[in-house]
Ligand binder design. Structure first.
Ligand code: ATP
Length: 200
């Protein structure tokens, strides 16, 4: 089974694209959702977070995501500390999940695929690209954030121009080029690649 990464900047449309692949029967691991689940359920992770950020990161035993987000988006050092705890746990969890899948290929969706080291061990990576102004508008609407807040979150990620150069395939989600035909065509290509012996 091929292991395929799916990445792109905040608001590029990774999740939207991943949902289309799911309708084609492709299993998808959503790194963000998994990280949230692990932060709520994994006792070791919970303890490490409380040690670092204090009891306020949990409210009645549940992760207080808004508090944690506000803390780390203002403080690069804290953000790095959080990532160093959460990323390895999520990568390990994703690898267990991937080893249990039986499709021709499976996707691992993550915004920080390259930044976190999660791209290692993947066969190919798909990047989702969208113009910055659309990404800002989408995230402002979806998360009810100010333009300034979205730009701050963007600044914590690898620039799209760099990120997309590292990808094997790019899907353009600019609301002009059709998304569905691109996903269908890439799905065909990946099915063909999955049927071939791996070159490495
Ligand atoms: P994040 O990294 O923040 O999780 P993402 O890359 O996964 O973002 P999505 O959640 O898929 O992005 O998309 C962001 C928002 O933009 C969503 O509300 C989604 O419905 C909307 N969106 C994405 N693509 C399109 C499109 N082609 N047309 C209209 N709305 C779109």
């Amino acid at each position: 089974m091929l292991r395929i990464g799916l990445t792109g900047g905040i608001g590029s449309g990774k999740t939207t694209v991943a949902r289309i692949f799911e309708t084609l029967g492709i299993p998808v691991y959503y790194a963000d959702d998994a990280a949230k689940r692990l932060m709520n359920d994994d006792p070791e992770l919970k303890k490490a977070l409380i040690d670092l950020f204090g009891e306020s990161c949990y409210k009645d035993g549940t992760l207080n995501k808004a508090y944690l987000a506000s803390l780390v988006f203002q403080d690069p050092e804290k953000r790095e500390q959080l990532n160093q705890i959460v990323h390895p746990a999520t990568i390990a969890d994703a690898n267990v999940w991937l080893s249990k899948q039986h499709a021709a290929y499976a996707l691992r969706e993550a915004a920080l695929l390259f930044e976190s080291g999660a791209a290692e061990g993947l066969d190919y990576v798909i990047g989702v690209s969208a113009p910055v102004h659309l990404r800002i508008k989408r995230v402002m609407q979806r998360d009810n954030l100010s333009q300034e807040d979205v730009i701050k979150r963007m600044a914590t990620q690898l620039q799209d121009t760099i990120k997309l150069k590292l990808c094997d395939f790019v899907i353009v989600n600019d609301e002009r080029v059709g998304l569905l035909p691109q996903v269908l065509s890439l799905h065909d290509k990946l099915m063909q690649l999955a049927a071939q012996p791996m070159p490495h």
